[in-house]
Every structure is written in C-alpha cells, then in structure tokens.
Design a protein around this ligand. Sequence first.
Ligand code: FAD
Length: 290
Amino acid sequence: MKIASLFGPGRAVFSFEVFPPKKNGGDIASIYGTLDALQPLKPDFISVTYGAGGLEAGNSLSCEIAAAIKNRYSIESAAHLTCVNSTRAQVDAELHSLQEAGIENVLALRGDILPDLPRRHDFAYASELVAYIHQHSEMGISGACYPEGHVESESSVEDVLNLKKKVDAGVSHLVSQLFFDNSFFYAFVEKARIAGIHVPIEAGIMPVVNKKQIERMVSMCGASLPRKFVKIMQRYENNPEALRDAGIAYAVNQIVDLLTNGVEGIHLYTMNNPYVARRIHESVHNLLAR
Ligand code: FAD
C-alpha cells in the first residue's frame, strides 16, 4: 500500500521510525525485539533509516528490516534511501532489492554531506533522486521537510520553494524534521500550502529521554529549544527516570496540540525504544480520530 493513501479526513496517521543496528557490533536480533514490541501498537507504517555512506557502507540491513516489517509483521513500511554518496548504478541496485522484497514506499533523501565520505555527483538534490525513482519504478515516494528551514538554506522561503520542486518531481507525502516548538510547524505548513504544496505533511516528533540525545540532536539538526524545554532538561538532567518521564510528557503535549490543530499525521522518532513509544501511544491513541 502506498503511504499517501493512508491519509484521509477521518483519522490522523500515526507512524514510527526505527534505525538498523550499527554496522560494527550491532545486534540484528535487537531490532526484531524492538519490532515485536512495536507491533501491538498498530502503527500505520514504520520507516527504516539509511545510514550515511550509501550501499558501500553496508546499508543492506535497511532493506532487510523494511521487508520484515511488511512481510513478517504485516505493517506497511518505507525504506529511507539517500543519494549523496551513491552512483546511479548503486541507486538502481537498491531500488531493485527493495522491489524484490515487495517494499512499496521509499523516503527519498539527499543525505548529509560529510567530509569523510566520498561524494558522488549523479544526484545533487533529493528532488533529482525523486524524479529518478518516479521515472524508473512504481514506488510511493516520501520526502523530508524542515519546519525551521534546512540548515544549509539561506531562508525558509527558499527552502519551501526547493521543497515545491521536490514535490513536483514526484513526492506524495512529507515527513518533517523534529521540532520542539509547534509554532514553527504551523507556520511552515501555512507557507507550504501557499507555495502550492498539497501533499500530506506528517509532524516528526522526537521524545527526548536522555542527556546524550539532547546534545547530539542539537548539534545535528539545529532545532530551536524553547525555554520551557531547556528548563525541564536542566532540572532533570541528573535524574534519568525523571528526565525520561519529562521527555515523554513534553512529546505528548506537543502531539496533543498538533492533533487538536488538525495535523494530518504524527511520525514518532522512536530511537528503537518501544517503552517510550508505548507510553506515548497510550496517551494519544484516542485522539487520532479527527
Ligand atoms: P534536499 O531536499 O535535497 O535539500 C537539501 C538542501 O538543498 C536544502 O537546503 C534545500 O533547500 C536545498 N535544495 C534542494 N533543492 C535545491 C535546488 N534545486 N537548488 C538549490 N538548492 C536546493 N539522513 C540519512 O543519512 N539517512 C536517513 O535515513 C535520513 N532520514 C531522514 C528522515 C527525515 C524525516 C528527515 C527530516 C531527515 C532525514 N535524514 C536522513 C537527514 C537528511 O539526509 C539531511 O537533512 C540532508 O541534509 C538533507 O536531505 P534532504 O533529502 O532533505 O535534501
């Protein structure tokens, strides 16, 4: 099933993101333990991230996990696919594997430009990958969007205009970068609609449940941290259980506000933590009907 077809007037979509175990020393069984625990929550779909570095960096696990989600767990899946470190032939090989495995949805990304990884030049932007997938397959194509603007972008207007090119190239569903202040998301959706972007936009929500996660996240995606959020994190940073509970409560508050304001979907960055996903699901699942 194509992810775009899950959206409609009756109910907000609720989906998860998981990541494959790290290449060296990662335990493949652990991801199946995570999926066993996520399955009873009946998400509309689960997406699987693609590690930096492309095919040569051992990303075949993404395909394997996305296939298991669909075929073994009977949950719709989407495989992330980046292009900045891949040649056209490598993208062809990935698409072939995904199709062979019965996967029907791809989240097409450029990927971060990292100095220590060889950059390939067949695809400069995600929109070029989207156009290529659209032309060469029947995949449902999702794309990423940035409520606070992408870090490399000169302005949020320029970023939305670039997003429009990506949607016009064949994206039928968008998932947002994480954010902690819903007003950024609302302003972004308004700009996107004015720019003529009419595909469903899911809000990406990351529950922050430990100190390391906060540091990594801020340096990576540049999300603004509202005063209220910083105060909570500072107050409980040395009390892991309190920090976890406060992080869950903060995410639940964000989701309640988003659903109240008619968001089309919530994409939960689970960080492979089914306990946190379950607590959040318990708190909001009765609110998903619209
Ligand atoms: P693009 O859409 O290509 O945009 C990148 C930048 O280029 C933006 O500043 C944009 O404004 C600009 N731009 C776009 N088109 C043009 C144009 N035609 N001319 C000029 N400028 C242009 N990374 C991973 O490595 N693996 C993952 O699995 C992964 N999953 C993600 C999931 C989500 C939901 C999100 C939000 C991000 C994810 N990322 C992942 C991170 C992502 O790869 C980075 O944010 C990356 O820097 C941008 O990717 P993109 O697909 O948004 O790029």
